[in-house]
Design a protein around this ligand. Structure first.
Ligand SMILES: Cc1cc2nc3c(=O)[nH]c(=O)nc-3n(C[C@H](O)[C@H](O)[C@H](O)COP(=O)(O)OP(=O)(O)OC[C@H]3O[C@@H](n4cnc5c(N)ncnc54)[C@H](O)[C@@H]3O)c2cc1C
Length: 441
């Protein structure tokens, strides 16, 4: 039976404590900053702005519920690095790594400072290399980055602490600072904190129209908000609002998760319980994480793990091939063949042509802030975005200049029907998603 995005609940949403939805906006309001979207980008921006400016009136409009989008449907890997950037100069690469680590540190700090009850772990992930040339290059890069003070390790195949050894796996980079985050548990815990800080959050409040100017106006079915600044925190949904239509490519990603098992059980099957997750170097990147409760979440690795709708629609209507995603998982972990799949779901990922995300400010009045196009690395980057956008708002953003996402110009993507045709022809013929190769930094 076809799934729609609403029926199709992630593991994270399925196990969240029930909560009555917050009321929808039903009046005409004025405020200082209006944020559109209640995912990591919108909520982190609200947090940093409210913390710095307790006197400012901040309103957040979420079309459905907080964590409805990718933030509540992802694979849970909280990784360093900016997707699409190929490491070049070690000093610059170390700067990028330190910036993204700050995104993870921010999540950790918010959890700690506010005593949040969140399902997450930060005990490192593996980036698996499946080609000998790639593994050799990774080993050299790790050596150069260690010389810059980064705590990365290269593990060759025989040293891998688990049996994450897809045939052809040549080695992996271990990053001890990355981890796993249950986005629904995080954003649900953050919501009352924002409310206490004075942020007004409206759920069931889709923004249907945006008018820019020195004062921006957003219209919703029940009301409107006028604000001196606007934040677009809608990632894959942004083209529907009329922004970045020729720069963003919303793609659905399908994910499975297994039944819960004990750490000892997984260790016997080959997944060292000390490792929070992994991803690999395939174009259709495979990724998996071990939740702190003992479920394995897995996605990617094959065309069947993704889907694109004509016009970049963000409502999933079609059959997702979860059986193939499961088969792919078993190629990584054949020992898990008898562990049933307990959940499966799909959600919108937002790709840019070269996979590099963008965070910046635009508009004639320079008051429309945006952070989007995370291309699958948004758990860290969308949480970092709140700080970057708050710095842009405060004109204290000089430290971000030179980083690949800062005021990033995303490349042009052909319109429909070339886009739909191009995607389907290229993925069928090559098994790869069309892309412009990454930039060396
Ligand atoms: C299946 C899947 C697996 C992924 N796995 C990983 C992973 O393992 N690691 C990783 O780093 N990243 C992963 N990602 C990507 C990551 O989840 C996203 O990049 C990140 O969550 C984006 O956060 P966001 O807040 O910008 O957008 P979203 O979380 O999508 O939030 C946007 C919000 O805006 C709301 N909205 C949309 N339109 C309107 C409107 N008109 N008015 C008001 N509100 C609106 C939506 O309802 C939504 O809640 C994955 C994504 C998916 C879908």
């Amino acid at each position: 039976m076809p799934l729609t995005i609403d029926e199709n609940r992630s593991l994270w949403a399925a196990r969240a404590a029930p909560r009555a939805a917050l009321p929808a906006l039903k009046e005409a309001m004025e405020c200082d900053v209006v944020i559109v979207g209640g995912g990591f980008t919108g909520m982190s921006t609200a947090y940093h702005l409210a913390q710095r400016h307790p006197e400012k009136r901040i309103v957040l409009c979420e079309a459905k519920r907080v964590a409805n989008g990718g933030s509540g449907r992802n694979g849970g890997l909280m990784l360093n690095w900016v997707n699409g950037v190929e490491p070049g100069d070690p000093g610059r690469a170390a700067n990028i790594w330190r910036a993204t680590k700050e995104g993870i540190d921010l999540v950790e700090g918010i959890i700690r400072d506010n005593g949040l009850d969140v399902r997450w772990r930060r005990d490192g992930t593996l980036s698996v290399h499946t080609r000998i040339s790639g593994a050799e290059e990774a080993a050299r890069e790790v050596a150069a980055l260690r010389a810059e003070g980064l705590p990365l390790q290269f593990l060759d195949r025989s040293a891998l602490p688990s049996r994450l050894r897809l045939e052809g796996t040549m080695g992996a980079v271990y990053d001890p600072t990355s981890g796993h985050l249950d986005g629904v548990s995080y954003l649900e815990a953050l919501l009352p904190v924002l409310t206490r800080m004075g942020v007004q959050v409206f759920e069931g409040t889709p923004v249907t129209k945006i008018e820019e100017g020195t004062v921006c106006t957003v219209t919703t079915p029940g009301g409107s908000v006028k604000a001196a600044a606007l934040v677009l925190a809608t990632n894959a949904y942004t083209p529907q609002l009329g922004y970045f239509r020729d720069r963003l490519f919303p793609l659905f990603a399908h994910v499975i998760s297994t039944e819960r098992r004990s750490a000892g059980d997984w260790a016997q099957r080959g997944w060292s319980p000390q490792i929070a997750g992994f991803d690999d170097d395939l174009d259709r990147v495979a990724y998996g994480c071990m939740t702190q409760d003992g479920e394995v979440v897995f996605g990617g690795g094959h065309n069947s793990a993704y889907g694109y709708h004509f016009g970049g629609k963000t409502t999933w209507a079609g059959e997702a091939d979860y059986a193939s995603v499961h088969q792919r998982f078993l190629q990584y972990m054949p020992e898990a063949a008898d562990v049933p799949v307990a959940h499966h779901w799909t959600g919108p990922v937002c790709l840019s042509w070269n996979r590099i995300c963008a965070m910046g400010v635009r508009g004639a009045a320079k008051n429309v802030y945006y952070a989007l196009g995370y291309s699958g690395h948004g758990v860290t980057l969308a949480n970092l975005a709140g700080k970057v956008l708050a710095d842009l708002y405060d004109h204290t953003d000089s430290r971000w200049k030179g980083l690949p996402f800062y005021q990033g110009e995303m490349a042009w993507i052909p319109p429909e029907p070339a886009r739909w045709l191009g995607y389907h022809v290229v993925t069928r013929l090559t098994g790869k998603t069309p892309r412009k190769r990454g930039v060396k930094h």
